[in-house]
Design a binder for this molecule. Structure first.
Ligand code: B12
Length: 476
């Protein structure tokens, strides 16, 4: 039994989205199923959303008499809910084996396993197919949880390193029908195209670290045909809008053109294909392949900052003129281009914020739609967290318990986000960082006329009212 826990049973309006179906859970379910195990999955936030109580959710899990419960803790904000779900299950069924897994759990595996030994049998660090299969086989044979499962941290015993399935394409395709209740948006699905460490080393990002921690030191890509297999399987489930939000962009034009070719060759035409990218990931070659292979293509660009000085401090390549040129190319090819920005980066002072505003304005003039401004969440094991003095940063959060504050904060409180800002820079206090995010969001709203002007007379005008509503909601 796989469980997507709530953010917290006491926080009905969490600061970050709680309705996602984690691809990691779906992948593990497909894997165990392909090895002959019966799998079931409960998405507690959706059950609560549809009116069930916490007790109903726990009772529903137990009613299925699972042999093993695996609770997903992939994102920071589910911290308290994951542990609380385990505790409620343990109170009702003391001998039921319970493990926790997912990316966030992996970051703090020892701490979680040792502080919650009363309700959790272990925490899986890393990719979980191999350890889960081993656990399922042992439990099915009437054995107890063995002490030598790859990646499984138990209180007091040292863990073996994670073990992964080497051939990525041999993993079975996953289904959005495996978790219940079904997703709120029935026609949208995310596609997993890569696993392993990101080759870039942006100082704030955990992705170079997390891939290695999960047991895969290099970034590995699914083949284009395997990605189309996954898309085809989801089309059968009624999904027609797809998003690729992982490190696919690292493969640049080559991988994008190969995917577009495979889709066209196999007669699979998504209504919408969305891809997350760095501004320099794709040239006109890759972008036109994307535009041709689906009804609507879109690219979400993580631009993050407009300051070349701040980008350099944080080991991120940035050429503002190139950013404008790339987003302009995207929109001229009929793609929707979106931009994402951050506040609170080391080195970000008044002048840098001004440069970010300038780049936001220039990209809007080119038709690129700002999606969001997020204060940096400083995660452990990132270069900034490891070397705060070098970046002139003060860390506010260290362990699992500190980061669990993300479970408590409500959406309305997160508007200022200050409690959850995990660091301070030499240039900005945590209130200053929250204020900087707000300033950039306000700047976007007061410059929406630029977008209207950019789309004047254009045959395909994006829903600018929706754009405005999203940004306005973030500070009202
Ligand atoms: C794609 C993605 C998303 C997609 C989600 C798509 C989806 N439906 O899952 C989107 C864009 C929506 C997203 C959003 C967010 N994300 Co995100 N995301 C990723 C990304 C790039 C890939 C994850 C992925 O799907 N991998 C493919 C699957 C198959 O692998 P996997 O997740 O590693 O899963 C394996 C193991 O972790 C484990 N596992 C996973 N789940 C479970 C569950 C159980 C029960 C068990 C036993 C094991 C297990 O087994 C899996 C298979 O081996 C990662 C970074 C990365 N490169 O991995 C960030 C990442 C996980 N996200 C991150 C963050 C912070 C967020 C946001 C909070 C951002 C924000 N500020 O809003 C939101 C919140 C998500 C939400 N719940 O709303 C952080 C997590 C850090 C943390 N400690 O919390 C990461 C590491 C990125 C980063 N650079 O900071 N994300």
């Amino acid at each position: 039994m796989f469980v997507q826990p709530p953010v917290s049973f006491n926080n009905p309006a969490p600061c970050l989205d709680d309705k996602q179906f984690g691809l990691g859970i779906l992948a593990n379910m497909a894997w165990l199923q392909s090895h002959g195990f019966e799998v079931d999955g409960i998405h507690i936030p959706l059950l609560l959303h549809h009116g069930s109580s916490a007790d109903d959710a726990i009772a529903l899990i137990l009613k299925r008499s699972p042999m093993l419960v695996a609770i997903g803790l992939n994102w920071v904000h589910f911290s308290r809910g994951a542990i609380d779900t385990a505790r409620r299950l343990r109170e009702r069924r003391p001998h039921l084996p319970i493990v926790v897994g997912g990316q966030h759990a992996g970051l703090f595996a020892e701490e979680i396993a040792s502080s919650n030994a009363d309700c959790i049998d272990g925490v899986i660090r890393g990719e979980a197919e191999v350890p889960l299969l081993r656990l399922a086989e042992c439990l099915a044979n009437g054995q107890r949880i063995p002490s030598n499962v790859a990646g499984l941290h138990r209180s007091r015993s040292p863990a073996l390193p994670p073990q992964v399935v080497d051939d990525l394409d041999s993993l079975p395709v996953y289904s959005y029908r495996s978790l219940n209740p079904p997703p709120l948006q029935a026609d949208v699905g995310a596609i997993s195209t890569t696993r392993g460490a990101c080759p870039f080393s942006c100082a704030w990002c955990i992705e170079p670290v997390i891939g290695r921690m999960q047991g895969r030191s290099r970034l590995r890509f699914h083949s284009p045909d395997r990605i189309v297999d996954q898309i085809e399987a989801l089309v059968q489930e009624g999904i027609c809008r797809f998003t690729i939000q992982d490190n696919f962009f690292v493969g640049g034009d080559g991988n994008l053109a190969a995917l577009a070719e495979a889709l066209t060759r196999r007669g699979v035409r998504p209504n919408h294909l969305n891809i997350f990218a760095h501004p320099d990931s794709f040239t006109a070659h890759g972008m036109s392949a994307l535009a041709r292979c689906c009804d609507l293509g879109s690219i979400d660009y993580g631009v993050e900052t407009g300051s070349t000085r701040v980008a350099a401090i944080n080991n991120r390549r940035l050429d503002p003129n190139e950013v404008v040129e790339r987003v302009a190319t995207a929109t001229s090819l009929g793609l929707e281009a979106y931009s994402w920005w951050m506040a609170g980066l080391p080195g970000e002072d008044e002048a840098a914020l001004g440069e970010t505003e300038e780049l936001i304005a220039r990209t809007m003039d080119a038709g690129c739609i700002p999606r969001w401004v997020s204060p940096l969440i400083l995660f452990p094991k990132t270069d900034i967290h490891l070397h705060p003095d070098h970046y002139r940063v003060r860390r506010r959060f260290e362990g699992f318990a500190d980061y669990a504050v993300f479970s408590d904060i409500k959406l309305a409180e997160a508007v200022m986000f200050s409690e959850a800002v995990a660091h301070e820079t030499a240039e900005a206090s945590r209130d200053g960082i929250a204020a900087a995010a707000l300033r950039l969001r306000r700047f976007i709203v007061s410059n929406l006329h630029r977008l209207r002007r950019a789309y004047e007379g254009s045959p395909r005008v994006p829903d600018l009212a929706l754009v405005e509503m999203r940004i306005r909601q973030s500070f009202m």
